[in-house]
Design a protein around this ligand. Sequence first.
Ligand SMILES: Cc1cc2nc3c(=O)[nH]c(=O)nc-3n(C[C@H](O)[C@H](O)[C@H](O)COP(=O)(O)OP(=O)(O)OC[C@H]3O[C@@H](n4cnc5c(N)ncnc54)[C@H](O)[C@@H]3O)c2cc1C
Ligand SMILES: NC(=O)c1ccc[n+]([C@@H]2O[C@H](COP(=O)([O-])OP(=O)(O)OC[C@H]3O[C@@H](n4cnc5c(N)ncnc54)[C@H](O)[C@@H]3O)[C@@H](O)[C@H]2O)c1
Length: 474
Amino acid sequence: MTDFDYDVAIIGAGTAGMSAYREALKYSDRVVMIDGGPLGTTCARVGCMPSKLLIAAAEARHRAESVGLFGLRAGPVEVDGVQVMNRVRAERDHFVSFATEAIAGFAPGGLLREQARFVDDNRLELASGKQISARSIVIATGSRPVVPAGLEPAGDRLIFNDQLFDWTDLPSSVAVFGTGAIGLELGQALHRLGVRTHIYGRGGSVGPLTDPDVAAYAAAQFSSEIPIDWMAADASVARDGDAVIVRSAGGEERFDYLLAAAGRRANVDNLGLENTSLTLDAHGVPTYDHLSMRASYSDIFIAGDSAVDLSLLHEAADEGRVAGENAARYPHSYRRARRTPLTIVFTDPQIAIAGRSHADLLRDRMDFAIGEVSFEDQGRARILGLNRGLLRVYGDRPSGLLLGAEIFGPAAEHLAHLLAWSIESRLTVAELLERPFYHPVIEEGLRTALRHLNHHLGFGPNPPLRCIDCGPGG
Ligand SMILES: Cc1cc2nc3c(=O)[nH]c(=O)nc-3n(C[C@H](O)[C@H](O)[C@H](O)COP(=O)(O)OP(=O)(O)OC[C@H]3O[C@@H](n4cnc5c(N)ncnc54)[C@H](O)[C@@H]3O)c2cc1C
Ligand SMILES: NC(=O)c1ccc[n+]([C@@H]2O[C@H](COP(=O)([O-])OP(=O)(O)OC[C@H]3O[C@@H](n4cnc5c(N)ncnc54)[C@H](O)[C@@H]3O)[C@@H](O)[C@H]2O)c1
């Protein structure tokens, strides 16, 4: 018997919290989840799903308007902003219902609808003043957008992803601050839906890309389509009536809204962590072991965006599972190997990183070689009119193992999965080249890059400029 009210208490009913809850229940039925905010998860409510719905509408319009390439005439495609946003919101609500139905199926009393704060390592105070105790506690409180200094003058015209998906119509103009995943995905989608969009960056980052060649290629492609200032650190913001005015070295422009997409911060600042034994890093996030999700050698675990290590859905789910298992088994907690890193940004062309990024390899002082392919002359990509892109693969010189890849190009979401699965299976570049490749497919482009890499690793000959054994444009 235990003196605690629960074996495990989980703060946050998002993706990480729900994973933790399901996992902990395998070991104990004395598990509680606490959430004081809107249910349905960040991913379904204001993140992955509604953003991809908006992007889908933008891509449909873009495809329809690009048919001239094939000798077809479709005429201009009219955008009905009300209908676009109706579908985004209706499908978003459908996805949210998956999460809320899952929660409704949890055991009675399994979810307390309140905000929670730590009183000490094993006690939480709820917003109602009630206190509960647990042998171990999981922090799965997610993250929220950073509010960059200097954007305040935009007032109620300063919005974040949270507000955008509640629009009932498309506005006529939006300034997007940030060239990360959110800024590029939403900025390009709004632009393609006919919203006058200008993206303002800082520092020149192109989504998560770290390979300077891939990043430079991608930046040039985005710039050829959308007005983007990659280095607009000098941009200032003012308000004039309903309009937001952005002044930068490039000039002055008026917008209906300013969308800030300048990164996210962990929701750990209002958790009373000062009342615990946890050691906090410079951002106020508890230090933790990435394989056990145990925070600062305590009986507290952390998962998902609140750990802000990799703010991605599948990482939040994996971390939640490990944190939930270990919290329930505590003090017998185990380390669990992480999956191969995988990041995809749903721009067009897509951006993806599989395995270790270029920056990771430099940081870890790896002895690596590079192979690359341009998609500009790649057979299948040219057939489809999608021949823009650059893919670079990295291999380990001593072993010939595939280490990672950075991609900007067609079907990057699929290529990145193939590559991540191959890295996870510890395949060498030479072994991967023994796999079958059909013709004509986008994967033949990947094979060209792998052949270059294999040659640079010293495991094979340099492939001829245009692939001969696989038909034209391989
Ligand atoms: C616009 C956008 C697009 C994205 N697109 C993708 C994508 O395409 N692919 C991808 O993999 N990832 C994407 N992400 C990232 C992904 O959405 C997140 O990594 C993931 O949703 C994080 O889940 P979580 O469980 O950590 O947090 P959440 O789902 O935010 O859950 C945290 C919960 O904690 C609760 N909470 C917070 N504080 C307290 C407290 N003190 N007491 C009680 N409850 C509390 C909140 O109410 C919330 O319900 C996107 C994110 C955004 C913003
Ligand atoms: N497809 C996906 O998987 C996907 C999509 C969207 C978001 N996400 C997740 O959400 C996280 C947050 O996304 P994000 O795009 O907000 O953050 P981010 O960290 O990816 O990018 C933030 C960007 O804002 C810029 N910036 C910072 N301050 C600025 C300022 N004052 N003015 C202009 N630019 C400024 C930075 O230079 C950077 O380019 C991502 O890191 C990612 O993990 C994933």
